[in-house]
Unconditional design. Sequence first.
Length: 257
Amino acid sequence: MKERHSPRVKKIAKIAAGSRGFGLPEILISLFLSSFILLALVNQYLGIKKEHQQIEAWLGQNTEVQLLIDLMRDSVRRAGFTPCLTIPHLLTSDVQGKPLFSLAIKHKPATMLIINRMHEEFDEISAISDSNQVRTKTRILKAGQTILIADCYHAETSVVKSIKAIGNGQIVDLMNPLIFNYQQPAYIGEWLEEKYFIRKVKNQNALYYGRNRFDELAPFVDDLAVQLLRKKDNILVRIILDLNHGKNIQFDTKLRA
């Protein structure tokens, strides 16, 4: 006798046949699509990561550039400082008898910006014993320092030969006799000479800064140019920095009157 199945049994058998799972072709296709999607996600992640690193580097260099601009502007603003008048308004002399200057630009062998001034931490001269000795009110000087002595009419540089403490002040012996006769108030302080210039090291240009020693200031600066501009009664110092990624930075700073 032929076995008969009820409609319910046939329906269950049909469902069971349809749920046997994926075959090998379906599995291979699924793996291929999964690999393709994963590769696309990895490439997208790497692209985002690289872009993020570039943005971080750009922001970091922009911060360094702004700090450099602030530093150079501050140096220019302080050029020629003495407590009474700036260097150009005084009768001046260095140890060789040459006039002092606030700011100079040298173009050979490469551009160099030189800025001279008295240190902001200066002292008042209480007495001038003779042409080689002065007395100060506090103790800020050291033997071997190059110093500037200035009143409201004259200024000259010298070198501290020796120091002797007396009370709250110092007796300062100078290497060279004073050239000018100073009137009170007269001041004494360290003479600073700042230099900005380009130096090539290992075939790579960089901006260097020097005062008592020379240090690399900005490895991202490839070239330096400096110009003096006169606008009405003001003198502007224009500084142009060529960055090593091709960008050009230019800014003007008013020179102290």
